[in-house]
Each structure stands twice: as structure tokens, then as C-alpha cells.
Write a protein that binds this ligand. Structure first.
Ligand code: ATP
Length: 504
């Protein structure tokens, strides 16, 4: 799986999806640039989310708040005091780790042992093998599972109680039980604030300390009443936003999974106190449905309900996705009560209340939040789509089976022969016609088979080839990326054929 992940990263570069930031200066750690294809995929994911959340819900509207916010925002939100990661340094390797992530890595190691048992059993039992049953009955597997649960529970408790000494003790114990870093020499665990600071204003004494927002949510909370009043919104209603967020992540690795500058897609749903359970269930189900609609494989998702809750939350779950390095958080769904609005009321001295016409009451709404990282979603889609296939004739192909609705380029138009002016002109005319509706591209370089492979690897769902017969009867062949089937169709039909596949 390490190999698979390396492949994902190099493919993302080779096919113009993701570059390291400032690469000519040897890059900047945990900062990445989206390239010509990546920017399209990212935009399509964002649009797919926006459409499902804003366009398809009558009672959800969008905003685009500034990255800079009044510094008191972050006092009120709790980020100044509590947006910390527990850090631990290894004295021998001089490597710095996020203590909770390190503990999770030990758990992943144990999880790998479970996978190994599964593989062994599969081999032994063949067709009769039932994974579910095996996982719930095999003694060794249950032992491993219990170990993971106890470790995570202890971690949760120690962090909650700010018992950093116990977090260190846990790491030391784990390192002896299943060595990972190869060294036992650790510093104490310390808390480190993740916000990036900057200054507003030129002169030293009048300059104001600002933060780059570490989440987009606060821009929604502080605008709650503005949107509610000007949009004449009735509870329940939602405000959605996509935009950059910044965190000074310590363990910056795993490519675009954890970055210092990333993009979030968040929605805050304002509800009547007392209805939070029902809306929590609704959004859990609705968001999972959204993920599944992309066809990345139903088994690749799971909920991880939080046992340890932030003090303001009364329920929280993560939608986890099976990345090449294991199941990890992709999206968070949180029932946040009235914590955020109440905090802003207190710090701003302004009421953030809703007047309910129906029962003539005023109250501070509760909030249900869905929060997903756009870059993480990108990685989920991209890594899941990248596949190596052995074809019937024994040859290999690499294909990026992106959901057609998300693919950067929907079709490549290829003249069979580059030197034939009739063919190239007809191909370019098709490009000029289709580009009003889709991102399409023209490609005439190399033999047509090589061009097909190139488009397969770039994720283009259709190749349209113009050949000698095309000039005679105005038909072309259209080749499907996933099945590689080719069909001869009329040029006038192309638009509908593509539309059928790429429309949601
Ligand atoms: P993690 O535990 O992985 O650090 P988190 O619980 O801090 O994530 P939230 O604050 O709930 O994350 O943010 C919501 C979403 O934003 C996450 O589910 C994730 O998809 C995304 N996200 C958070 N931090 C990063 C990051 N550093 N890089 C990319 N995406 C991120």
C-alpha cells in the first residue's frame, strides 16, 4: 500500500494534477499546488458539493467570508486558548510527532496485523471465507481489536484530562510492544497552537495581530444574523461556504491529506434546540449518500462515532474513507449546540437570536455542522480511481477511473492521422462545437493507441476518433475509458452521449 501511495503521488505530478509548491526551490513542506488538471478536478468536486448542498436545498444559502477576521473571533471560538496539538520529540532521531497521530500509527500497525490474519484465513478457507464472520469470531483478531480500542480510549481520556504525562507513558509502552520509531528516548508532550499569526497595518505600534482562519466555520457564525435577516430565512436553515483555511500542522505528511494551507467545504445548519438528534441523523445519512453517489465503492466508507466529545458538542462522527494508508477521517459531522453563537454573543455583546413566528419565542439556535476537506476529498477520489489493469491480450494499462462528472476533461478529440488536413479540420470543428458544453481537448501526437493510453491515464472518460469514414458520412468512433468499447456514432449525437454520462 505504501507503493500504491507513492504511485498516486507520482501519477498526480506526471499527469498535471498536483505539484509540490515552489518546487524549483526544493518545495515547501506540506504545501502543494494544483496543476492544470488538478484545478479542474478540484473545481468539479467543489461544484458537486455546492450543487448537493446549496442548489438542491431550498433552505441552504452560500456565503464567501474573508480569510481575515477580527481577532476577537478566535478568542470567542476557543482557538486562541485551545486549538492545540500535543507534540512529542524523539531525542535520538530529532523527529517531531503529533502525539495523538503517533498513537494512531501504532494502532494502524496493529490493524495491519488484523489484515494479515484476514489474508491468511482467506487463503485457507477459499470461497467459504466470510470476512464479517471471521472478524467477529476469531480470537486473535478480537484480541487485536480490543487492544486498539483500549489504546484509543486511554489516549482520549488522557487528552481530555490534559494528562500529557500519560500520553507520553502510553507512547513509551507502545514503542516497546510494537516498535515503530526504533527509539525509546522521548521528550515530554507539549501543547502547540496551530494558528498562523500575521499583522494588519504598517506601523509597529498600531499594527493589529491577526490570524489566518484555521476553519471557515467562524465566518458563518458571525454572519448568522445578517444572512437570516436579509435572506428572511426560517429555521431550520443552513449556510454553506467553501474556502481556504490554514493550520501550522506539525506532522505534515501524507501528501495532500494534511496540509498547512487547505480548503474546506462547510455547512452550518441552524436548528431549534431539542431537534439536534434528528438533524444529526439526517445529515449523517445525507452526507454518506452524497459520498456513495460517486461510486467509489460502498465498503470504502465507515462512520467513526466519537466517544470523546469536545465540551460544546453533544454528538460527533467522522466519515472515514479507506485511503491507501488506511481508514482516515474525510468529513466531520458535529452537533455543536448553541456553543458558538453564545460565545460570539458574549464576546461581541450583540444578541444572535432568532425570533420564531410560529410560537412567538426567541432563542439562540443550535447548530449542526458538516465539514469536509476539499483536498482530502480530492485525494480520496484520485487515489481510489488510479488502477492498473491487465488486458485480455496480456498488456498492461494504467487508467484513472475518475467519476465522469468530476473528470477534468470530458472528451479528447483525435484525428486518426495527423497529416490528413481533412481529418484534423473535422476534429478541430468538433472541439469548437463541444467546448460550449464541456471541457474537451484536441490531441494529434503519436499513434492513436498511445493517445488512448495517455487519455486513460489522465482520466478522460471519452476518446472521439475522426477517421476516413468520418469525412464520408459524418460519423466518428467514440471510445469509453473504462470498458474500452468503441462505437461508431453520428457527430450530432456526441453531445447527448457525453451529457448522459457526465451530468449528475
Ligand atoms: P484531523 O484530525 O485529521 O487533524 P480535524 O478533526 O482537525 O482533522 P476538522 O477541524 O474537523 O478536522 O476539519 C474538518 C475537515 O477539514 C476534516 O475532516 C478534513 O477533511 C479537513 N482538514 C482538516 N485539517 C486538514 C489539513 N491540515 N489538511 C487538509 N485537510 C484538512
Amino acid at each position: 500500500n505504501d507503493d500504491q501511495f507513492k504511485k498516486v503521488i507520482s501519477h498526480a505530478k506526471e499527469y498535471g494534477y498536483v505539484f509540490q509548491s515552489s518546487e524549483i526551490y526544493d518545495g515547501l513542506s506540506a504545501v502543494y499546488d494544483y496543476a492544470q488538471n488538478g484545478v479542474e478536478l478540484k473545481k468539479n468536486i467543489r461544484d458537486y458539493w455546492w450543487r448537493a448542498m446549496v442548489q438542491m436545498h431550498d433552505n441552504i444559502v452560500g456565503i464567501d467570508a474573508a480569510i481575515f477576521m477580527h481577532p476577537t473571533t478566535w478568542k470567542a471560538s476557543g482557538h486562541v486558548d485551545a486549538f492545540n496539538d500535543p507534540l512529542i520529540d524523539n531525542k535520538d532521531s530529532k523527529k517531531r510527532y503529533r502525539a495523538d497521530v503517533l498513537v494512531e500509527d501504532y494502532c494502524l500497525k496493529i490493524e495491519a496485523k488484523i489484515e494479515k490474519e484476514v489474508k491468511k484465513a482467506k487463503k485457507r478457507f477459499g470461497d467459504a471465507f466470510n470476512k464479517e464472520e471471521f472478524l467477529s469470531t476469531n480470537g486473535r483478531v478480537l484480541g487485536y481489536q480490543e487492544k486498539i480500542d483500549t489504546i484509543l480510549k486511554r489516549l482520549g481520556k488522557s487528552l481530555e484530562n490534559e494528562d500529557l504525562a500519560d500520553v507520553k507513558a502510553l507512547i513509551e509502552e507502545l514503542e516497546i510492544a510494537c516498535p515503530l520509531s526504533g527509539s525509546k528516548n522521548w521528550t515530554d508532550v507539549k501543547q502547540f497552537n496551530l494558528m498562523f499569526g500575521t499583522k494588519l497595518g504598517a506601523s509597529a505600534d498600531s499594527a493589529m495581530d491577526l490570524y489566518l482562519r484555521p476553519e471557515t466555520a467562524q465566518g458563518i457564525f458571525v454572519n448568522f444574523l445578517n444572512v437570516q435577516k436579509t435572506g428572511r430565512m426560517k429555521i431550520p436553515f443552513g449556510i454553506a461556504q467553501t474556502g481556504k483555511a490554514f493550520r501550522n500542522e506539525i506532522v505534515a505528511r501524507q501528501f495532500i491529506f494534511r496540509m498547512r494551507e487547505f480548503e474546506q467545504m462547510e455547512m452550518q445548519y441552524f436548528i431549534k434546540p431539542g431537534t439536534q438528534k434528528e438533524w444529526f441523523d439526517y445529515w449523517k445519512e445525507t452526507r454518506l449518500k452524497w459520498h456513495k453517489s460517486l461510486g467509489l465503492g460502498e465498503d470504502n466508507y465507515r462512520f467513526h462515532d466519537h466517544e470523546k466529545l469536545a465540551h460544546y458538542a453533544d454528538a460527533a462522527t467522522d466519515i472515514e474513507f479507506k485511503f491507501p494508508f488506511g481508514f482516515k477521517e474525510l468529513e466531520g459531522i458535529h452537533s455543536r449546540t448553541d456553543f458558538d453563537l453564545k460565545q460570539h454573543e458574549e464576546y461581541s455583546g450583540k444578541k444572535l437570536q432568532y425570533f420564531d413566528n410560529e410560537d412567538n419565542t426567541s432563542y439562540t439556535p443550535y447548530v449542526l455542522e458538516t465539514s469536509i476537506g476539499l483536498d482530502r476529498m480530492f485525494l480520496a477520489v484520485f487515489s481510489n480511481s488510479l488502477q492498473d489493469e491487465t488486458l485480455e491480450d496480456g498488456s498492461e494499462r494504467t487508467v484513472l477511473k475518475l467519476p465522469a462528472v468530476l473528470a477534468p476533461t470530458k472528451a479528447a478529440i483525435l484525428p486518426l492521422v495527423k497529416k490528413d488536413e481533412g481529418l484534423t479540420k473535422m476534429a478541430k470543428d468538433i472541439v469548437d462545437d463541444l467546448k460550449w458544453d464541456f471541457n474537451v481537448t484536441y490531441d494529434e501526437k503519436d499513434a492513436v493507441g498511445r493517445r488512448y493510453r495517455r487519455q486513460d491515464a489522465a482520466g478522460t472518460p471519452f476518446c472521439i476518433t475522426v477517421d476516413g469514414e468520418s469525412l464520408e458520412n459524418n460519423t466518428v468512433t467514440i471510445r469509453h475509458r473504462d470498458t474500452m468499447e468503441q462505437k461508431r456514432v453520428k457527430v450530432e449525437e456526441l453531445r447527448d452521449i457525453i451529457k448522459k454520462e457526465v451530468d449528475v
